[in-house]
Design a protein around this ligand. Structure first.
Ligand SMILES: [Zn+2]
Ligand SMILES: [Zn+2]
Length: 234
């Protein structure tokens, strides 16, 4: 069956995202747009994912995720079937975050919110930083926790695996590549991979319409993870 997804959305936790990217606003907008599943993928953090999952309830699937920035300045989307695995990953990678304080009036606010959109905290370290972890190390950490990694916006001239490394390492067994939007020229260069595109929304209106459809065996987080891993399930 085909489901409509947008698997790259930033919440108000990301300094570069609007403050009105609150858990309720994101869920309501995604439902209004007719999506079946979304992922919250904040920069190097996941403090708002649980609130979004709680609000969503059974109305829309929320895939636990994070957009990690590696030592090579590569953005990797890391997805997990289980929130506990994401939280475990988050606790580990915090040790590799540079201690650079955020300056909110320059970079933006990094709000942690609850399911009522109340601000319950903020992250003090600037989340727009490169972790002291390589692409390969991040992939290993995610795989160890049953997750899957999708290189983000590979057609962008910066912070993409191709812009930074110049190639897609074969040994990391990526199955899916993410594009900012459909780019037929670029997809020719990345044959052999499945392609997905996402909004990378930093504003509410940017969340995708019902336009990116993936073929899954049922409407579940497990099925989406399987699709991202490139596994065919009968
Ligand atoms: Zn990015
Ligand atoms: Zn992003």
């Amino acid at each position: 069956m085909k489901i409509a997804v947008d698997l790259h959305i930033h919440s108000a936790l990301s300094p570069c995202a609007d403050d009105d990217m609150t858990p309720n606003n994101i869920v309501n907008m995604a439902i209004l747009k007719g999506l079946d599943a979304i992922a919250i993928t904040d920069h190097n953090s996941c403090d708002n994912v649980e609130a979004v999952m709680k609000i969503a309830g059974g109305r829309i699937l929320v895939l636990p995720g994070m957009e990690v920035q590696t030592r090579e300045d590569v953005h990797l989307l890391c997805y997990f079937e289980d929130i506990k695995c994401l939280l475990d990953f988050d606790a580990y990678i915090r040790n590799f975050m540079p201690q650079v304080p955020n300056v909110p009036h320059i970079f933006g606010n990094q709000y942690i919110m609850d399911e009522n959109d109340q601000i319950i905290g903020k992250r003090e370290d600037l989340l727009l930083s490169s972790l002291d972890l390589s692409v390969e190390e991040v992939v290993q950490l995610v795989l160890q926790r049953g997750g899957v990694v999708v290189p983000a916006h590979v057609n962008r001239p910066s912070y993409s695996i191709i812009s930074q490394l110049g190639f897609i390492p074969k040994n990391l067994a990526f199955s899916v590549l993410e594009f900012s939007k459909i780019d037929t020229n670029y997809t020719i260069y990345s044959q052999g991979f499945k392609h997905i595109y996402s909004s990378d929304a930093h504003q509410l209106g940017q969340i995708l319409e019902r336009e990116m459809l993936i073929d899954v065996y049922d409407v579940s987080l497990a099925a989406i993870i399987q699709w991202l891993k490139g596994l065919t399930v009968i």
